[in-house]
Design a protein around this ligand. Structure first.
Ligand code: ADE
Length: 241
């Protein structure tokens, strides 16, 4: 997968791209990331990328020409614009994006970008939540991080995302590592038992219980298997006691 990022602040991405799983994914050629500085596509001697909004008002607006020039200079694929007005990112959307061959993310800034960019060239506006950031760079990193880990081969073992919260519509079960006993806080017995079926059942129950208590809205969207229904009934009965 190739990801282009159009930004006025490419240096903001260096820490993000130079560490951990993203760095490894780039080195092993599972993904290619190309940051494009919008300012390189300005034509005037002051390299002006933004201007005052027509009609007045606070803030500056990113100009149409440099962004369209930058887009035209690359093989752009599916074009995303980061904006609080977009579709809210969730795991399904990340999965959808992870199957694209090429995506290009335009990181907005200031008060936004000239609407003609959105009208002519953007396939999808994406928000990472109902709050306003100073720019689209952090939002782009959040999108890229959640997408890249779903690209085939990026995580060593497919299981590492199959058990994630949201992947199967449920929150994740709790995890423990050594030591077995920390100041009398003990790891649940079943996890030490070596009985894989009991561990599977315990984890499933934990996932369902957490989802029911913390994010009941997720249960409305997900069809439960017979086994899961039974566990949920059991949890509800337990509450009545
Ligand atoms: N730019 C500013 N705020 C944003 C948000 N919440 N999501 C995506 N891009 C943004």
């Amino acid at each position: 997968m190739k990801i282009n990022i159009l930004t006025l602040f490419p240096e903001m991405f260096s820490g993000f791209l130079g560490n951990s799983i993203i760095k490894r994914a780039i080195e092993s050629l599972k993904i290619e990331i190309n940051t494009v500085n919008i300012r390189d596509y300005t034509k005037d001697k002051h390299k002006t990328a933004d201007d005052y909004p027509y009609g007045g008002g606070a803030g500056m607006v990113l100009k149409v020409e440099p962004i369209l020039e930058a887009l035209n200079s690359i093989d752009k694929g599916f074009v995303i614009y980061t904006s609080p007005q977009g579709k809210t990112l969730n795991q399904n959307l990340s999965k959808y994006l992870s199957e694209k061959e090429i995506i290009t993310i335009i990181a907005g800034h200031y008060e936004g970008i000239d609407e003609r960019v959105v009208e002519s060239s953007v396939d999808m506006e994406i928000s990472i939540g109902d709050y306003v950031l100073t720019g689209g760079e952090l939002a782009s990193m959040v999108i890229i991080d959640s997408v890249v880990r779903l690209v085939n081969g990026v995580l060593g073992n497919k299981d590492s995302y199959i058990d994630d919260s949201f992947y199967n519509g449920l929150l994740d079960y709790p995890q423990y590592t050594r030591p077995e006993n920390h100041n009398e806080m003990k790891v649940p017995e079943v996890l030490l038992s070596g009985n894989h079926e009991n561990i599977r059942k315990w984890r499933l129950r934990q996932s369902i219980e957490r989802t029911y208590k913390k994010r009941p809205d997720l249960l409305l969207e997900r069809k439960l298997s017979k086994e899961e229904e039974k566990i949920l009934d059991d949890i509800k009965k337990g509450e009545l006691k």
